[in-house]
Design a protein around this ligand. Structure first.
Ligand code: DGJ
Length: 741
């Protein structure tokens, strides 16, 4: 890994074993983009890569030089209106109303490691040898605004991170109206755009479309990253698939409003922008004030989408997630939400916990409904003290009873919200986000607290801290169940209202930072009505997230498959729930529900007291299986083999680092009759190892399994019924492969 600066040609080359990123200072002082892709050898001068074109209707920077038009030059931090007509990376609104700027190269520095981004989540290094960081400083002479562009390249990961820090070194205030974290100008548009989109209970479905002229974009303006679009996008070459071909992955380490777009122009050049959504954003920079953008991560893969995902998994699993639980297998939990909803007593909770303990569960989680006046979703949020009518001994008493059973105890919070029926709202009605003189809209009968105000965050912190100090709480589920409306803070002046969305998220991060710092061994699971804020920003604080409120096994295949494009299995909350399922009312076999949930953190979301003896027996087996293999399942190398978006079968697998153990998950939605023989080619095995298929007892060499494939044919091919356990709809199997020599 190196970052070199070639003085004579004013060229920067960032490279490691797999990726090259090349920029040069252009003759007008701006930073130009020359190449981003597979590693190429370094040389003194790459200026031949600079393509200039004097096209009709172009405007040009120099009066007598038609070839130098920024519209046709690939740049690193373009602005609009100085011969470039694309959407820009940066826009500064000045006192005289102008938005024109001209950022010229001033200096650069190259340093070991990676600096922290103040107040923001970001990838990190554990030693300086893991990465190098380049800071390029450019300045607009008229406003005096300086931008530091930060680029970090990692030693052994095919990834580059980017962010920008703006400082007003001028004498007058300006307003930053757009500050994208990443801009990448690509020379062509021969790509398919891949996004993860959906809605509540069907998050992160994989959507693919061809790039065409115009803007292709996803984003959120809801105040959180959203169920609708995940802050991720990939550009893949049309011939790339899961196993091979070139892919560029873009991910945004942020939990609020975002925009990711690709603008393809009429000459087929493509500009990618990743950053805070510029709509509803405006940040006032007084002289000497700074603004740091969140971080964007760029991954390059020449091994298809799986290659891209594996880079994200290892980077996000080990250098974004932090703390005690980062590398530890996660406790198998039982959560009472789908078992009881709001309808519980302390004894009922203890009886759920008791049965769970008998089956081998390790952590009991008390979900919504334990605090303040809460008996349904119309009251109580904001008052984080136990409802003594329900829990006579308070949380301390319940935690005591649970831990006496030999289980850990976990608790649900929704720290950012308040109900009208709460002490908090009654004493601080101005603490909600709302616009004066306008109706304050509710969502799920609740308001959003103004987390842009430190005193509000402090108040919530104090309540949570007290509880965590008093009771034996080992786990927190941090929920967030509505989007922001009428965004306005009573604490900020008119010309700073454009800052509220971002300041809100900074407040959320500040609370997370304090709590995780104060209680380092508590496991945090993020949640937002399921996966409404399942993003890299959250992963920095909470090493796992509730992937979706949809716990149906068939729906989960798609959700978890899509989520795995970016996020490691150790981050995906996945539970077995009852049938008929509470979201789609489908009845799937118990083994299929577990076979899907194993590929995540694993737990149960039901009252095990309601199960038959034979089912309980199976649950015990499932838990024993997960305990045996969870390190592999959560931290092994994951491959997607067959997509639920393309057919009736889904297959994925995970393999240990030493390649001696692999688990293949095979799932079929609808049964077939008299069907075809089926097999699937595995990946990542050691060709010369001989693996025992634990299910069939047969042995196979790695090269057989990767080239011939694993035969998954069952009784549905040929005879209609074999034995007394016929296949049904929603069938699934796990193939454990152990190397025997
Ligand atoms: C939404 C979450 O996703 C659920 O798991 C549950 O915690 C409810 N909120 C509780 O209100």
């Amino acid at each position: 890994m190196r970052i070199v600066y070639h003085e004579a040609s004013r060229t920067f080359h960032l490279y490691n074993g797999s990726i090259s990123y090349i920029m040069a200072v252009l003759k007008n002082g701006h930073l130009g983009q020359l190449y981003c892709g597979k590693r190429i050898r370094d040389r003194e001068d790459f200026s031949h890569l600079l393509e200039l074109s004097g096209r009709p209707m172009g405007s040009y920077v120099y009066d007598d030089e038609r070839l130098f038009s920024l519209d046709f030059i690939k740049q690193e931090m373009p602005v609009y209106g100085t011969t470039d007509y694309h959407q820009p990376a940066l826009e500064i609104l000045q006192g005289n109303g102008s938005r024109i700027s001209d950022f010229q190269f001033i200096s650069y520095s190259i340093g070991p490691g990676k600096p922290k981004l103040s107040g923001l989540p970001a990838t990190y290094t554990e030693s300086d040898a893991e990465a190098q960081t380049l800071t390029v400083t450019v300045r607009d002479a008229v406003t005096g605004v300086e931008a530091e562009l930060l680029y970090t390249i990692f030693e052994d990961r095919s990834a580059i991170t980017r962010s920008m820090r703006l400082t007003n070194r001028g004498t007058e205030a300006v307003h930053v109206t757009r500050a994208m974290s990443l801009c990448l100008d690509l020379p062509d548009s021969e790509y398919e755009w891949v996004q993860l989109s959906g809605a509540w209970a069907r998050e992160r479905h994989v959507k693919v479309r061809r790039l065409e002229e115009g803007v292709t974009a996803i984003g959120s303006m809801r105040g959180h990253s959203s169920h609708e679009h995940n802050p991720f996008m990939a550009l893949k070459r049309p011939n790339a698939d899961e196993r091979q071909g070139e892919v560029l992955g873009f991910s945004f380490v942020y939990s609020g409003n975002f925009l990711i777009q690709a603008e393809t122009d009429c000459h087929r050049m493509t500009r990618v922008l990743v950053g805070i959504h510029p709509d509803c954003f405006e940040w006032k920079l007084e002289p000497d004030e700074s603004f740091q953008t969140p971080e964007a991560v760029l991954v390059y893969s020449d091994q298809g989408l799986n290659g891209m995902s594996q880079t994200f998994h290892s980077l996000y699993g080990r250098r974004l997630a932090r703390g005690y639980w980062r590398d530890r297998p996660r406790p198998i939990l039982i959560n009472n939400w789908e078992a009881t909803y709001f309808n519980f007593t302390e004894d009922r909770l203890v009886s759920i916990a008791k049965k769970a303990k008998e089956c081998g569960v390790e952590l009991f989680v008390l979900d919504d409904g334990w605090f303040g006046e809460r008996r349904n979703d119309r009251a109580g949020l904001g008052d984080w003290e136990a409802n003594r009518k329900l829990l006579p001994g308070g949380i301390t008493g319940l935690a005591e009873r649970i831990t006496k059973l030999g289980l850990r105890f976990g608790l649900w919070f929704e720290p950012e919200m308040v109900n009208r029926a709460s002490d908090l709202y009654r004493s601080h009605p101005d603490w909600i986000l709302h616009t004066p003189g306008r109706h304050a809209s509710q969502g799920r009968y609740q308001y959003v607290l103004d987390f842009s105000r430190p005193e509000v965050v402090e108040h919530i912190y104090k309540q949570m801290e007290k509880l965590l100090r008093e009771a034996k709480v080992s786990y927190i589920k941090w929920d967030m169940n509505r989007s922001i409306t009428e965004c306005f803070s009573a604490a900020l002046p008119a010309d700073r209202q454009g800052e509220v969305f971002h300041r809100y998220i900074l407040g959320v991060y500040a609370l997370y930072e304090r709590l995780t710092g104060e209680f380092p061994s508590v496991l945090f699971e993020s949640c937002a009505s399921g996966g409404g804020r399942f993003d890299p920003g959250m992963l920095y604080y909470a090493p796992q997230g509730w992937t979706s409120d949809d716990s149906d096994a068939v729906e989960r295949m798609k959700i978890q498959y899509g989520t795995s494009f970016v996020y490691p299995l150790s981050s995906m909350g996945s539970h077995v729930s009852v049938v008929p399922n509470h979201q789609v009312f489908r009845t799937t076999p118990l083994h299929t529900r577990a076979n899907v949930a194993y590929f995540g953190t694993f737990g149960y979301e039901l009252d095990l007291n309601g199960l038959e003896a034979d089912e309980l027996f199976k649950v015990k087996e499932q838990i024993a299986f997960m305990k045996r293999y969870r390190r592999l399942l959560q931290f092994g190398t994951f491959y997607r083999l067959k997509s639920p978006f393309e057919g009736n079968e889904t297959v994925w697998m995970v393999i240990s680092r030493d390649k001696r153990t692999a688990i293949v998950g095979w799932y079929r939605v609808l049964n077939t009759v008299n069907g075809a023989y089926t097999r699937v080619r595995l990946e990542g095995l050691k060709p010369e190892y001989c693996y025992k298929n634990v299910l069939s007892g047969t042995t196979h060499y790695g090269d057989e399994l990767m080239n011939i494939g694993l035969i998954t044919t069952d009784a549905t091919a040929g005879e209609t019924k074999q034995g007394d356990k016929p296949c049904t709809d929603f069938e699934s199997r796990l193939y454990v492969l152990e190397a025997v020599r």
